[in-house]
Unconditional design. Structure first.
Length: 357
């Protein structure tokens, strides 16, 4: 740490998510963004403009790491670069926030887990959907026992297609890990968290049916899936289901999350910011508790304020000690389920997590 009370942040990867993290950090007390690194000049300039005068700008992340200007870094570079960047970052004593997905292969995720075992500085994985206010309320209700033993977690995301990124890197599964890793690790993390169990088997069906069909880059067509159903089975008998469609922007709620157990059901609707609670023996279809969840987070950003909550919580860990709430093991499992889902689609069979882990 620097001698002041301010945590000095470096941002590695100054694209859309890097800039989103900068905007969040600017809204968090006790933080300063002191350095950014990105090989793309336009992204460097855009990110530097957000911070203003005094920001140090680098083309190579290693120069940032060697500068002595940071107490903590965010890794927000393209997915396929995470492992190589983290090899350098984790060799330092800097606190680290890794944007999701942690890496794009299980082997790389396991290498990251191993590299963190002897570190003193904390590492947090950016699975911030946990902190969207309706989702946080849902998690609290489940933990309070409203549902009883969780038996089923169903998540629907119906949304818009992938956005354009620098050099169109996100149009190819070899760079992203595939849609079910890149986009859906958030949802598999929620399933893992809500069931409180370990995933053991994955069955999936999906395809590229509408989006990016006419996109060809350097002679290579885009191969990004735009819809899928995924079933995840857990070692305690619980099940999760994901319904993903990325050509469904003509919708009302982008995310609908339902948790059902032996005693009742809780569901969260986003962006309605509504949580519904039904208790067996007390409520009936059409007559459950409905709660409007107030969102008072100071900076909303791209994810309903959840990234700011993530940063506030991690800032507390960096300054006051304690363990990160979202660990590298969480990052590993969220990626492993996504990879298993892709393998299930490709090979048209159920996939055991033991094949990967």
């Amino acid at each position: 740490m620097s001698t002041s009370d301010t945590v000095r942040w470096g941002v590695i990867g100054a694209g859309m998510m890097g800039q989103e993290h900068i905007e969040n950090l600017l809204a968090v007390d006790g933080t300063a963004v002191t350095a950014i690194a990105d090989p793309d000049a336009a992204m460097r300039d855009a990110a530097a403009a957000l911070v203003g005068p005094g920001i140090s700008v680098y083309t190579d992340h290693r120069a940032l790491l060697e500068s002595g200007e940071c107490d903590a870094v965010i890794v927000a570079s393209p997915n396929h670069t995470h492992r190589a960047v983290l090899d350098d970052v984790l060799a330092t004593d800097l606190a680290v926030l890794i944007e999701k997905p942690m890496c794009i292969t299980v082997d790389d995720c396991r290498a990251v887990v191993a590299a963190t075992q002897e570190r003193q500085a904390p590492v947090w994985v950016g699975l911030e959907y946990r902190y969207m206010p309706p989702v946080a309320r849902l998690i609290d209700e489940v933990r309070s026992g409203v549902t009883g033993d969780v038996r089923m977690v169903a998540i629907r995301e119906h949304r818009f297609p992938f956005l354009v990124k620098v050099d169109n890197w996100n149009r190819f599964s070899r760079n992203t890990g595939g849609t079910l890793v890149e986009k859906c690790c958030h949802f598999f993390d929620l399933m893992n968290l809500l069931t409180g169990a370990r995933p053991v088997r994955v069955m999936a069906s999906g395809g590229q049916d509408v989006n990016h069909l006419d996109e060809v880059y350097d002679g290579e067509p885009s191969d990004i899936l735009d819809n899928a159903f995924v079933i995840v089975e857990y070692d305690n008998g619980a099940r999760g289901h994901l319904d993903l469609c990325m050509f469904a922007e003509a919708t009302h709620n982008q995310e609908e999350i339902s948790v059902v157990g032996s005693a009742g059901k809780v569901e969260a609707l986003i962006p309605d910011d509504v949580v519904r609670i039904g208790r067996r023996g007390e409520h009936w279809i059409g007559a459950v508790e409905t709660h409007d969840v107030e969102n008072t987070i100071a900076y909303q950003g791209l994810h309903h304020g959840s990234s700011m909550v993530e940063h506030v919580k991690f800032h507390d860990v960096i300054v006051n000690g304690g363990e990160p709430e979202v660990t590298v093991n969480d990052g590993l499992l969220s990626v492993a389920v996504g990879i298993a889902a892709h393998r299930s689609i490709d090979e048209q069979r159920p996939v055991l997590l033991s094949e990967l882990l």
